[in-house]
Unconditional design. Structure first.
Length: 155
């Protein structure tokens, strides 16, 4: 499996794919401008994508990451996350943050790459999304903020 990862312009961002990670198209569109979008392709077909927003002072936020449902659990998400973490390390980043639900495989996915829980925003998913979000029959209420600190970040 060879995966090609490239940055794309905002207008070429694969919205439908990214909506797997963020069910609000309005929110997705609002942070796409001002962010950088990276796309992973295999044999010419887009299989994954992620969006990273600069927060200033060397901090970045992974706003969304998604792999096509038919291509999940094949290592593409891991490869894309590793690539993007390395990309921003090489660009001199001090830390990368991500917000995710308080349970589910996604939490382990980030923690496996060195992200650690730094804060919790209670009721985030009910305050910021018009519809309740369920996973495995459990409603998501709270958002955990995880941070990956690059070597040299002293904050
Ligand atoms: C999260 C996501 C990007 C991971 O991509 P992926 O290509 O499936 O990831 P990988 O194949 O590298 O697998 C990473 C781990 O996640 C697990 N995983 C992936 N999809 C899963 C699923 N639907 N259910 C349970 N575990 C899953 C894999 O088993 C693997 O765990 P392991 O290392 O213990 O075997 C992808 O599942 C996805 O797009 N999910 C929907 C969008 C989403 O939730 N994005 C994150 C928002 S916070």
């Amino acid at each position: 499996m060879s995966l090609l990862i490239q940055e794309v312009l905002e207008q070429n961002a694969p919205l439908e794919l990214l909506l797997l990670a963020d069910p609000s198209e309005e929110k997705l569109r609002s942070y796409l401008s001002g962010s950088r979008c990276f796309v992973a392709s295999s044999n010419g077909a887009v299989v994954g994508a992620c969006v990273v927003q600069p927060l200033g002072a060397g901090a970045y936020e992974l706003m969304s990451i998604a792999v096509q449902a038919t291509h999940q659990k094949a290592g593409h998400g891991t490869a894309l996350l590793r690539w993007v973490v390395d990309f921003f390390r090489n660009a001199g980043a001090r830390r990368m943050e991500v917000g995710t639900g308080a349970f589910g495989y996604q939490l382990a996915f980030y923690q496996r790459h060195g992200f650690r829980v730094t804060s919790i925003e209670h009721d985030f998913f009910v305050k910021h999304y018009p519809e309740p979000i369920f996973e495995n029959g459990i409603q998501h209420f709270d958002m955990l903020r995880l941070t990956l600190r690059y070597p040299g970040d002293v904050a």
